[in-house]
Design a protein around this ligand. Structure first.
Ligand SMILES: Nc1ncnc2c1ncn2[C@@H]1O[C@H](COP(=O)(O)OP(=O)(O)OP(=O)(O)O)[C@@H](O)[C@H]1O
Ligand SMILES: [Mg+2]
Length: 371
């Protein structure tokens, strides 16, 4: 196991015209379970292939601890990679497929048997060990591929590229918790690629969010939910995603659709420049009703989705659609006027999609009025 460090690593497939992966400096820490989350085409597979050596980056250097591996081929990197679709020897038995990576590296026979049986038991393959892989359904074949990736002990990292896509949804949950169990067991560094937020949030110690070839935020699942550092994280994580509407800073106060909603608080030491910003608040922290320090933002209710456990109340604020998540027993009705409050510690300001600040109550305890 090693820290995997990328220094200024980037990749272009078209001779530098566009970046599939923008040059980035980033360390994957040894023994952690990461989810690499992002939409289709954002560069997830490109990033994995650069780590494993299948792809040589256009720029930058790669280190495993202090050893530079930029020019080291795949075989010398000691990485186990599991792809989206089964990669196995169809004519071999399941047992032999699992044993193959170990035999290849001259593990002692007894250890091979012990490891194959351990992985087989964890992944529920015991009844299939003697069967030819060709005879298994694609989902089961993929589980064997997964097993091949997990069977070795001494790998620098296990890279999993959407490994459960072809697996039956009911089995997915089981396999994901097995993966967690295996991770606890072996302490492998895991990088698990997915574009499914639930999969990422339930699996990982740390979720790394990739968008348009760049890491926009990395953190624990709660951090990404409560404190998004980029508009994309607000949209992509959460269901429904964060509301983001245009706002304006003037005299230190944030205005939305002609209404003062709070004092602007900069994330940095220096104050926020006046001018246009965007304000984001998750539906969970957009409160409807009369309470709150300020009168709130006048909105018109346009519809209510009753979800059973909660309601999603759709509103319009000065032409901008927003959603508030309310308790199931609230009775907001379409075509009525309400006030929407931004929970002060849960509403954030964005410029060029990057978070620059938050808001504090207008009648804050610090006694500073709108100046
Ligand atoms: N071999 C290639 N040649 C040219 N362009 C490529 C190649 N592989 C990927 N790309 C482009 O690079 C970008 C990143 O692709 P990549 O496959 O890494 O995305 P991804 O996040 O894995 O997407 P998905 O979720 O669909 O698997 C995309 O714009 C893609 O079209
Ligand atoms: Mg991919």
């Amino acid at each position: 196991m090693a820290d995997i460090r990328l220094e200024g690593v980037g990749h272009s497939y078209d001779g530098g015209r566009t970046w599939a992966l923008r040059p980035m400096t980033w360390t994957w820490q040894s023994s952690r379970a990461y989810a690499l989350l992002g939409p289709s085409g954002c560069g997830k597979t490109t990033l994995l292939n650069i780590i494993s050596g299948l792809l040589s980056p256009t720029v930058g250097r790669i280190f495993f601890d202090d050893r530079e591996v930029t020019a080291v081929p795949t075989a010398g990197r000691n990485i186990a990679q599991v792809f989206q679709f089964p990669v196995l020897y169809e004519e071999m038995s399941v047992y032999d497929n699992l044993a193959f990576p170990l035999r290849n590296r001259k593990y002692p026979k007894a250890e091979i048997d012990q490891r194959v049986r351990r992985v087989s038991q964890l992944l529920g393959l015991d009844d299939h060990l003697k069967r030819r892989s060709r005879r298994l359904d694609p989902g089961r074949q993929q589980i064997v591929s997964l097993g091949r990736g997990l069977v070795r002990s001494e790998v620098a990292a296990v890279l999993l590229d959407e490994p459960l896509t072809v697996v039956d949804p009911a089995l997915k949950w089981t396999l994901r918790s097995k993966l967690k169990e295996i991770h606890r067991d072996t302490g492998h560094t895991l990088i698990y690629v997915t574009h499914d937020q639930t999969e990422a949030l339930t699996f990982a110690d740390e979720v790394v969010v990739l968008n348009e070839g760049a890491i926009v935020q990395a953190g624990e699942p709660t951090e990404l939910f409560l404190s998004p550092a980029h508009e994309f994280v607000g949209h992509f994580i959460g269901s429904p995603g964060m509301n983001v509407v245009p706002a304006e800073i003037a005299g230190g106060v944030v205005r939305v659709a002609e209404t003062d909603v709070g004092q602007a608080v900069s994330d940095q030491e220096d104050e926020l420049e006046p001018g246009p910003v965007r304000i984001g608040v998750r539906p969970e922290f957009a409160r409807l009703g009369g309470e709150g320090a300020s009168p709130g933002l006048p909105v018109r209710v346009t519809g209510v989705d009753r979800m059973g456990a909660y309601n999603l109340v759709h509103v319009r604020a000065g032409g901008h659609p927003m959603i508030a998540k309310t308790e199931a027993d609230t009775r907001f009705a379409p075509d009525t006027e309400e006030f929407l409050h931004f929970a002060p510690d849960r509403a954030f300001l964005f410029r060029d999609s990057v978070r620059c600040g938050s808001i504090s109550p207008l009648d804050g305890l610090d006694g500073k009025g709108a100046s």
